[in-house]
Design a protein around this ligand. Structure first.
Ligand code: ISE
Length: 334
């Protein structure tokens, strides 16, 4: 049984605690901590874990085999470095860290420790729709991918959501999943700003068209539209040399009523990617004993951070921005 300590007991943290307690095989939550003690106490009620006021103490607790980091992004770097030092296995919600510099620190610390410890919570790689496309591409039957057309639509967002968040919070999922999907790396980024919807405000340009070019020359466009009003709508079509593959949508019945045919669209990511969240955590637990990480890792977190930085710069300049890594991919991550 993998004994897990969870750092960060907000909505997402409690969701993961429930998952680890009620669904996941082979794990139990034995420790929880949060800067707000009340949140930690509420979380402890779900799983009967011990509450720690200090997250470092939780990380170093003898009965904690693995650390689950669900605190706000800016707090990840300290917990990650402490957990690496303690040799604990780690699941970290996205982002790895909020700056590329901190991501690199974590990458270097993990490499120096010589053990793959960190899995990053980019759950889309575990979604059946993306997996089907990846498997289809691997058959070679459709030739090479040339263009990807994607949408990432949210019905609405909070009033504090601003233009750069369209990259850091939203497109960050496409940034990770799409280069994995076509097994390629990004070279440059550009953002085109259409007319702004009446549902937005002065701090948020919405919608946006984000474009990425890969090293092999695949062109990707992602429509990010976070006030689309009609649903949580994620689409991906891969145009190849010998066919075009469109990702399947979650299966809902087609309903005939009032002289119309309709099919439901999900309204949030927790429902749309429910199975993917369960699978990523089960996979992390299953691989813990063997000491391997098969999901997104710390290097993927670094790549996402430099790609996001280029997109945010492109939002401001309107130009094509190069995506450059400060270091070569270490052999450790190959
Ligand atoms: C949120 O943080 C997510 O991760 C969702 O998947 C995304 O659709 C949303 O825009 C983000 O704010």
């Amino acid at each position: 049984m993998l004994r897990v300590g969870v750092i960060g007991c907000g909505g997402m943290g409690r969701d993961h605690i429930r998952r680890l307690t009620e669904k996941i095989q082979g794990a139990e939550v034995v420790a929880v901590s949060d800067v707000f003690e009340e949140s930690a106490r509420k979380a402890a009620e779900i799983c009967g874990a011990k509450v720690y006021a200090d997250s470092k103490e939780l990380i170093n607790a003898e009965n904690v085999d693995a650390v689950f980091i669900v605190s706000p992004g800016f707090a990840h770097v300290d917990s990650l470095l402490q957990a690496i030092e303690a040799g604990k296995r780690i699941f970290c919600e996205k982002p790895l860290c909020t700056t590329a510099e901190d991501c690199l620190k974590v990458v270097k610390a993990e490499e120096a420790a010589g053990k793959h410890l960190i899995q990053l919570g980019f759950m889309r790689r575990y979604d059946k729709g993306y997996q089907q496309i990846k498997e289809a591409l691997a058959t070679g039957e459709y030739g090479e991918p040339l263009i990807l057309h994607c949408t990432h639509r949210n019905p609405e967002v909070g009033t504090n959501y601003n233009t750069p968040m369209a990259v850091h919070d939203t497109a960050i999922h496409e940034i990770d999943v799409l280069h994995w999907l076509v097994d390629d790396e990004y070279e440059s980024a550009q953002v085109v700003m259409p007319r702004v919807t009446k549902y937005s405000h002065s701090e948020l340009k919405d919608p946006q068209i984000m474009m990425l070019r890969t090293k092999k020359g695949v062109c990707i466009d992602v429509e990010v539209f976070v006030n689309c009003k009609f649903g949580y709508d994620i689409n991906c079509e891969v145009v190849c040399e010998d066919g075009a593959l469109k990702m399947a949508q979650p299966a809902y019945p087609s309903i005939r009523k009032n002289a119309a045919v309709s099919t439901a669209i999900d309204t949030d990511c927790f429902v749309r990617f429910k199975d993917a969240y369960d699978k990523e955590v089960q996979d992390w637990v299953d691989n813990a004993e063997a000491g391997v990480i098969t999901g997104p890792n710390a290097w993927d977190g670094y790549l996402a951070a430099i790609t996001a930085d280029a997109l945010v710069k492109a939002q401001e300049t309107g130009q094509i921005e190069k995506i450059v890594s400060a270091v070569e991919k270490p052999d450790f991550y190959k």
